[in-house]
Design a protein around this ligand. Structure first.
Ligand SMILES: Nc1ncnc2c1ncn2[C@@H]1O[C@H](COP(=O)(O)OP(=O)(O)O)[C@@H](O)[C@H]1O
Ligand SMILES: O=P(O)(O)OC[C@H]1O[C@](O)(COP(=O)(O)O)[C@@H](O)[C@@H]1O
Ligand SMILES: [Mg+2]
Length: 519
């Protein structure tokens, strides 16, 4: 294993002095190589603020299996940056709190289920306020931008960044960048104050508006410099976080005193590492209304077949959780689990059985499920949106037509099809109470992290504890439903639907993913 500093993408940040809140001088820090294709661990320790290699550090720590995937700090490239006491020390609200500041030794473990002798594994820095900050509140000029698709709770996150910066740190200069990344260079900014954002959490959507495409790192960072912005809060999904990483890297390259904080947003719950994305629970709850409507409709007619299409481009979490929660769903189709229509063990056979048994059935289909079959049927060319995401074909209409055609023509059976497409309805609503609280914690964690001088990080709960995670770590992989996990097993047990794994398919298990290929 090559352990030279030059082999690290993060090398420039490691070779400089370290944030004053790093672990004790002889603590051992291990870094994950940020390559998306590599899971090699490169180990480094820090002594008196310098990074040293694993071999140099050997014999200094017995915790060889302890891995901290640390986030960058502004002092990595601005070693002489002054620090100041955290204004929270004088906060009336926090004076009652036993431990206002998070200790630099506090970490959050990624693996919560371990065996007695198993390695300690990967950890992230615990989120929260630090004793020292690297910005004078009166010198902070923060900005907030929202990118990508909508999701319940975006407005709450915006509100709480503004209120958190203002109430906790006394920051008054906060700008809203309108219309996503391109808003940095094509639009004017909007001044955000607690008063301006006071009520926005009661509305769906994003107060700052959003867009896809339009990420131009140099133009964005030029604009950040021109406007004198020194804290950048970026709310968005996997695409947005990739863009945030590039912005952070360019800022570090230019040696600017600017912190970049990512807040992960995705209705699909497709962001890795974090427990769950905000707005997801709200969306699942809203999906219940559509499923319930489908169920009421189909149980009131003869041979009723209800189809509900839900969001989920590459990840079927919304469909899976909505199905499990509802108990009225007979079959759930997701992108991760291939299915087929005809023959033994196929969907048509299952529908026929359920109609014979119950007189009706409800199918939930995630929008990304079976896209390859739809494409083959309609001979559609691959199309992408402005951000480079695959534009999906309408698998809900396709599925309804296929089922109707089969039962009318082949089975000579009259069925009553009710197709419901609530896709945008489940993400265009305000967040529910628990998502609102979750959004508040995310926003406050981001504010504390940026004020403490951390940068190039994403915030999020890891095993229920909020942590600072290197951005590259959350974008290197997409979070998908694991067909080999118990949750999918629970779903199959609850619906008793076919597994759609026929004898001519071979299952290839790859640690985290499952692929099915024809043999
Ligand atoms: N690989 C990438 N590098 C830089 N910017 C990206 C990348 N992928 C997407 N973006 C930018 O992030 C923004 C949102 O991305 P998108 O994929 O539409 O939504 P989401 O962030 O919700 O996944 C867009 O402005 C897009 O240009
Ligand atoms: O908003 P658009 O461009 O119609 O895109 C819809 C897509 O956005 C999503 O809601 C997820 O988008 P993100 O990648 O922005 O999180 C998908 O579920 C859906 O396929
Ligand atoms: Mg995305």
């Amino acid at each position: 294993m090559d352990l030279s500093l030059s082999s690290l993408t993060f090398s420039y940040s490691l070779s400089k002095t370290l944030p004053p809140f790093s672990f004790s001088p002889f603590s051992r820090l291990l870094f994950l190589h940020p390559s998306p294709h590599s899971t090699t661990f490169l180990s480094f320790s820090r002594q008196n603020g310098r990074a040293i290699t694993a071999s140099q550090a050997s014999n200094q720590s017995k915790n060889d299996d302890f891995v901290l995937e640390d986030v960058p700090h502004l002092t990595n490239f601005l070693p002489n940056l002054p620090s100041f006491p955290n204004p929270l020390q004088k906060s009336q609200a926090y004076s009652i709190v036993k431990k206002t500041f998070v200790s630099p030794e506090d970490v959050v473990t990624q693996n919560i289920v371990i065996q007695k002798d198993s390695p300690r594994g990967v950890h992230f820095r615990r989120a929260g306020p630090r004793e020292k900050v690297y910005f004078k509140p009166e010198e902070v000029r923060a900005c907030i931008v929202t990118c990508g698709g909508l999701c319940p709770g975006i407005n709450t996150v915006i509100r709480e960044i503004v209120c958190g910066l203002n109430y906790m740190y006394g920051v008054e200069d906060i700008l809203g960048i309108e219309g996503g990344y391109r808003g940095f260079y094509s639009k004017n900014t909007m001044k955000l104050t607690p008063k301006v954002v006071n009520d926005i959490h009661k509305r769906g959507g994003t107060f700052l508006r959003t867009s896809r495409g339009g990420h131009d790192t140099h133009k964005i960072v030029d604009n950040i410099e021109d406007r004198g912005i020194n804290q950048v809060y970026i709310i968005g999904g996997d695409g947005t976080q990739k863009g945030a990483e590039l912005i952070y890297e360019e800022i570090a390259k230019r040696g600017l005193h600017v912190a970049v904080a990512g807040i992960p947003k995705t209705i699909d719950n497709d962001i890795a590492v974090i427990d769950k994305s905000f707005g997801f629970d709200t969306a699942v709850e809203e999906a219940q209304r559509a499923i319930n409507a489908a169920h009421v409709e189909v149980e009131s007619v003869e041979n009723g077949v209800g189809i509900v299409k839900l969001m989920g481009r590459y990840s079927g979490f919304i469909a899976m959780y909505a199905t499990l929660a509802s108990r009225d769903v007979d079959c759930c189709l997701i992108p991760e689990s291939p299915f087929y229509l005809e023959g033994e063990g196929g969907l048509f056979e299952f529908i026929e059985q359920r109609l014979k048994e119950n007189g009706h059935l409800v199918i939930v289909v995630a929008e990304g499920a079976g896209q390859e079959y739809v494409a083959a049927d309609v001979h559609a060319a691959d199309k992408k949106d402005a951000s480079g995401n695959k534009l999906l074909l309408d698998n809900g209409i396709w599925l309804s037509d296929k089922i109707k055609e089969h039962f009318t023509k082949v089975q000579k059976m009259v069925i009553n099809m009710k197709y419901i497409d609530p896709t945008y309805m489940i993400r265009a609503i305000p967040s529910n109470a628990s998502d609102n609280i979750y959004c508040t914690l995310l926003a406050h964690s981001a504010v504390h992290g940026a004020m403490a001088g951390y940068t190039g990080f994403t915030v999020g709960p890891v095993n229920s504890r909020h942590a600072y995670i290197p951005i590259a770590r959350v974008t290197e992989k997409t979070n998908t439903v694991k067909l080999t996990d118990r949750m999918w097993g629970r779903l199959l047990a609850s619906t008793n639907q076919p597994s759609f794994i026929s004898s001519d398919k071979e299952i290839i298990l790859d640690l985290n993913d499952i692929n099915i290929t024809s043999t």
